[in-house]
Design a protein around this ligand. Structure first.
Ligand code: NDP
Length: 234
């Protein structure tokens, strides 16, 4: 395979594991980073997904270096946790702006060339929290639930053009995002998971790669849980 793959938030965690996965498959991979560039066999571009001009420049750079994006993984995300009564306006809007509106910005730009090519794969990284809710994460859960309606709308808009749009909904994953919680809290979360452990980033990357593969050609508008059973039934 030698598709052009763009992964937002590819500097670490799930995004970096996904970049390595696609690079190993022989794809031409570009990743975006916000603060620290990753090292690896891919093109790294600085891009803040909350800034439209950054998104535009990123796609232009990828197109010039590798060609039009054929597989987009919208993965960049942040948390700003807090109970609702203490949550500041900016804690809410900045999380929505990065996690949901950021996905809107990159999907909108990616579909331009996918429509011309009459093919494309879009995978959005949501969370089990978007389906279950989580005390202290109303902003994050809203952004991740929003991705589901967003993806399914795009799946309907672009299905006839051979563009699939799917969501991966991970449970807890061993990355910087969860490490800040500390060992005791992470163990308490793992105890809630039927598979009794948190995931590796590579396990999420595998599901993302599957949704971009030939075997997933007839899957669109799906929400694929990769959560050890934590959210089953939702
Ligand atoms: P990390 O915190 O390890 O990495 C987050 C990535 O997003 C980094 O590459 C970071 O860039 C990038 N990023 C953050 N803000 C922006 C921005 N404004 N513009 C562009 N890039 C940005 O997170 P994970 O790997 O754990 O999470 C990846 C995705 O998976 C997120 O959407 C997250 O919500 C989701 N997820 C994670 C789970 C988990 O348990 N870890 C569970 C369920 C979903 P930089 O390094 O440059 O700051």
């Amino acid at each position: 395979m030698s598709r052009v793959v763009l992964i937002t938030g590819g500097s670490r965690g799930i995004g970096l594991a996904t970049a390595k996965r696609f690079a190993a498959l022989g794809d031409k991979v570009a990743v975006t980073y916000n603060s620290t560039p990753p090292s690896g066999d891919f093109l790294a571009i600085k891009c803040d997904v909350t800034i439209e001009s950054d998104v535009e420049r990123t796609f232009a750079e990828v197109e010039a270096a590798l060609g039009p994006v054929e597989v987009l993984v919208s993965n960049a995300g942040i948390t700003k946790d807090g109970l609702l009564l203490r949550m500041k306006d900016d804690d809410f809007t900045s999380v929505i702006d990065t996690n949901l509106t950021g996905a809107f910005r990159v999907c909108k730009r990616a579909t331009q060339s996918m429509l011309r090519a009459r093919k494309g794969r879009i995978i959005l990284v949501s969370s089990v929290v978007g389906l279950l809710g989580q005390a202290g994460q109303a902003n994050y859960a809203a952004s991740k639930a929003g991705l589901v309606g967003f993806a399914r709308s795009l799946a309907r808009e672009f299905g006839s053009r051979n563009i699939t749009v799917n969501v991966v909904a991970p449970g807890p994953v061993d990355t910087d995002m969860t490490r800040t919680l500390g060992d005791d809290k992470l163990q308490a979360i793992a105890d809630l998971v039927p598979l009794a452990r948190i995931a590796t980033a590579d396990e999420i990357a595998g599901a993302i790669a599957f949704l971009a593969s030939h075997d997933a050609a007839y899957i669109t508008g799906a929400v694929l849980p990769v959560d050890g059973g934590l959210g089953m039934g939702h």
